[in-house]
Design a protein around this ligand. Structure first.
Ligand SMILES: Cc1cc2nc3c(=O)[nH]c(=O)nc-3n(C[C@H](O)[C@H](O)[C@H](O)COP(=O)(O)OP(=O)(O)OC[C@H]3O[C@@H](n4cnc5c(N)ncnc54)[C@H](O)[C@@H]3O)c2cc1C
Length: 402
């Protein structure tokens, strides 16, 4: 259900115009060119763009004003996402603004808020998420990375895995075990770890896309000041769950969904089979219509969760699970339509074409490599942030009151 309490449509329209004009003006031409071809951006290209958004407060527009946000109502956040998606803007990165930030402003000390929030708002700090371990994914509370207190420091030993963008990160928010004897959810603490600390090793994992996005992170006697702990010792599970609800809302990227739909619609219009554009094929028309309806549903579910976050400080665990489930199924369905539209060209993955400067011969339409890359990458959408089965368990437990 959309809420229109805060803004008249004319204000929202003016905001949309402002975002569009900003994107036209502020996305550097070489970044726009790469984006149009689906090519990978370098960290400094992302960083420069995110800093431009950050200078306006737009990375954290939905944060409450008292924590440095703009207090955007749900419809403004959604409008922002839609306009970014339609303008071909580089994707947002959610580890700081959607995950670390809300935990810090909700549970952090005044010193922690002062130290970290400003740098998240302006994108001066890149964050990564140290939750999963080789033996702890769906069973996250089974994590084993150990933090032993020595005076005013913790000494951390262990391993994290699947750590997205750890190789770019300045800071990690991490779950560590501080009491090995307690019930597993009760012996966990939540630490903010400087990635430059001695004893941290980051090793790449090359995934199905053949790109470097994922990592393993090893900790060997890493010293973390106790002042970097969020909230109380052994209460980390509470903050971890709060973060997961925000993460799952953030896992559904409306800007990306808009951009994919736009790209695939153009592909269907440009691809001719038997003398006719695929866009005229009733089967593809039906699928596009289903995707449009799916996107409207996802936006409505998201608006509900954004409203819940404004009213209660956090989205609901159950609502976020339903949104994550629907949104990630939708992204996979849209990209599957893209692969089907590519037909035989969908079978040739020229990953080298995703790097600027490549001047080989493309097999198939210009967007082939990008559509295939996104299709492969988003196979993980129903895994990261908690698998679909886990989201169904959360929904079922919530609905049955278990
Ligand atoms: C691209 C990508 C990026 C990621 N980024 C990060 C990151 O930045 N930081 C981070 O901490 N983690 C990250 N992850 C890890 C992610 O959170 C885990 O992969 C996920 O939680 C699943 O855990 P697992 O891989 O250990 O699988 P498992 O937990 O071993 O699950 C295997 C299968 O069993 C099913 N299953 C497990 N338990 C149940 C159950 N109780 N009921 C029904 N079915 C069940 C699962 O649904 C799944 O199909 C990322 C993963 C991917 C793929």
């Amino acid at each position: 259900m959309f809420i229109h309490a805060m803004q008249h449509n004319s204000e929202l329209d003016a905001f949309r115009t402002e975002v569009r004009a900003f994107c036209t003006r502020e996305i550097p031409p070489q970044v726009a060119r790469k984006q149009a071809r689906g090519q990978h951006l370098e960290k400094d290209e992302y960083d420069a763009w995110l800093k431009r958004l950050g200078a306006r407060g737009w990375l954290t527009g939905k944060w409450p004003k008292e924590h440095g946000g703009l207090g955007w109502p749900p419809e403004q956040f959604l409008a922002f996402q839609e306009e970014l998606g339609r303008s071909g803007a580089p994707p947002l990165v959610s580890f700081g603004p959607t995950m670390a930030g809300p935990v810090i402003y909700t549970f952090g000390t005044p010193e922690q808020k002062k130290r970290y929030l400003g740098d998240i708002i302006s994108n001066n700090t890149w964050w990564c998420q140290g939750y999963s371990e080789p033996g702890a994914g769906s069973d996250l509370a089974g994590l084993k990375t150990r933090a032993v207190r020595e005076g005013d420091q913790y000494v951390v030993n262990g391993q994290k895995i699947w750590t997205s963008m750890a190789h770019w990160a300045d800071m990690m928010f991490a779950l560590v075990r501080t009491d090995p004897n307690a019930k597993k959810q009760e012996g966990i603490s939540f630490l903010l770890i400087d990635m430059k600390s001695p004893g941290i090793t980051v090793r790449p994992i090359i995934g199905i896309t053949l790109g470097h996005h994922l990592n393993e992170v090893f900790f060997e006697n890493v010293r973390v000041p106790v002042e970097n702990r969020i909230g109380e010792a052994n209460k980390g599970w509470t903050y971890a769950k709060f973060l997961l609800a925000n993460e799952r809302v953030g896992n559904v990227d409306v800007a990306k969904l808009e951009a994919y739909l736009h790209q695939i619609r153009s592909l269907l219009e440009a691809t001719r089979e038997g003398g006719k554009a695929l866009a005229e094929d009733p089967a593809f028309q039906r699928r596009l219509a289903e995707h449009e309806v799916g996107l409207a549903t996802v936006k409505a579910l998201m608006a509900d969760q954004l409203a819940a976050a404004r009213a209660n400080g956090a989205p609901s665990l159950m609502g976020a699970a339903a949104l994550k489930l629907r949104g990630t199924e939708l992204v996979q369905a849209i990209l599957q339509t893209g692969i089907d539209a590519l037909g035989r060209h969908g079978m040739v993955y020229q990953s080298a074409a995703l790097h600027a400067g490549w001047n080989g011969e493309l097999i198939g339409p210009e967007e082939s490599a990008d559509v295939i890359y996104e299709h492969l990458y988003r196979r993980a959408a129903t895994i990261y942030g908690g698998s679909s089965e886990v989201q169904k368990n959360i929904s079922a437990k919530g609905a049955l009151g278990l």
